[in-house]
Ligand binder design. Structure first.
Ligand SMILES: Cc1cc2nc3c(=O)[nH]c(=O)nc-3n(C[C@H](O)[C@H](O)[C@H](O)COP(=O)(O)O)c2cc1C
Length: 360
């Protein structure tokens, strides 16, 4: 099996091989089943299904020819920073196989805005929703202006943007989640988006990707700012710097962001809290530890109206995508839903329940 073979290599080398192969379009088309219950619209984006590839897998928009065959409803490239940067010293990705998790401290290694723009420009007419996750260079004297630079450069080539203020591997980046700085950053970006839309004719959604390691006060502030600024959605969540006590793999001692199954419960609970804080008025994208239809369904019931994954793909391989979608479809049928959107924020109850939904 491909996944077993790849796991013989160091994680970063295995990833490089996959990206190169995908860039050549070397991926088996996964069963293209159509799931009418799963078609969706996220902030105006029409998605064939709600399950997307989250940022970090294809940082430089190099793998889209293959990724497009895997059955994802949408794909996020990046994180892209204005200037290329090499990131932290290697090794910097660690598999925690027994925990079905990964720790990474890549530090926004990427080939920079110009390279990403050039690649995307060549593929602009290909179908499918592709968005860009944007960030700041490690040595930037003015991180806020880095986001504006990326928004300007990539605006013609992607359908949406994710403002990444939550990577744990760029010192100081997470401080942008504080109320004052976040408010200023979002205001600047929303204004710039307005200018770009007026000159280009299209308003492209802006999402904010947050950390799972926030205090209750931070979360309330972020919900307020996001609603006040008219943001298009929140992506919940990035990797955690926390280490759950039940991790068993020896690599648990590595520093960096933890992803995969051990962060599932934490990020799902955070979705439920934000669903409550925003009263369901803001689209929430659930990401963190999705590796089955049931785990995808739990995020939807907590309040997510779209989903993303990364680590699940590393352990489950490409067949995981249609498997999750089939299982999710079965969960919805079992609980009597005509469409997944009816289950968003429904808590533990099915469509036939008479009581009001549990949100937390
Ligand atoms: C190796 C690796 C690199 C990542 N790089 C990024 C990144 O550049 N930008 C970002 O927003 N998230 C990045 N992430 C976080 C993922 O997009 C996702 O939010 C997180 O891994 C939780 O989802 P998962 O459990 O399905 O992997 C990365 C994750 C991994 C495992």
């Amino acid at each position: 099996m491909l996944t077993t073979w790849l796991h013989r290599f160091d994680p970063e080398r295995a990833h490089g091989l996959v990206v190169r192969g995908m860039g050549l379009g070397l991926a088996l088309r996964q069963a293209g089943d159509h799931w009418p219950k799963l078609t969706s619209t996220l902030a105006g984006l029409k998605l064939p299904n709600p399950l997307g590839l989250s940022a970090g897998f294809d940082k430089n928009a190099e793998a889209l020819p293959g990724l497009r065959k895997l059955g994802f409803g949408w794909i996020e490239i990046g994180t892209v920073t204005p200037k290329p940067q090499t990131g932290n010293p290697k090794p910097r990705i660690f598999r925690l196989a027994q925990d079905r998790a990964i720790i990474n401290r890549l530090g926004f290694n990427n080939k920079g805005l110009e390279a990403a723009t050039r690649r995307l420009a060549r593929q602009v007419h290909q179908c499918g929703v592709v968005g860009a996750n944007i960030g700041a260079n490690r040595d930037s004297p003015d991180p806020a202006s880095d986001y504006v630079t990326c928004l300007n450069g990539l605006y013609p080539y992607v359908q949406y943007f994710t403002i990444n203020v939550s990577s744990p591997n760029t010192p100081g980046l997470r401080d942008l989640q504080g109320k004052e700085r976040l408010s200023r950053l979002l205001e600047t970006l929303m204004t710039r988006r307005g200018d770009l839309a007026r000159s280009g004719g299209e308003t492209k959604p802006l999402f904010l990707k947050i950390a799972p390691d926030l205090t209750a006060e931070d979360e309330a502030d972020i919900a307020d700012v996001a609603l006040a600024q008219g943001l298009d959605g929140l992506i919940i969540a990035n990797t955690t710097v926390d280490r759950p006590s039940d991790l068993v793999s020896s690599s648990k001692v590595e520093s960096g962001g933890l992803s995969g199954r051990p962060i599932f419960a934490r990020s799902t609970a955070q979705i439920a809290r934000f669903y409550g804080l925003t009263g369901g008025r803001l689209p929430l994208v659930g990401v963190g530890g999705i590796d089955s239809g049931e785990s995808a369904y739990a995020k939807i019931k907590a309040g997510a109206s779209a989903l993303q994954l990364y680590t699940g793909l590393v352990y489950g391989g490409p067949s995981l995508i249609p498997t999750i979608l089939n299982e999710l479809n079965s969960c919805l049928e079992r609980d009597g839903y005509q469409h997944f959107i009816e289950a968003v924020g429904a808590g533990e109850k099915g469509a036939n329940a008479t009581e009001s939904p549990e949100l937390t």
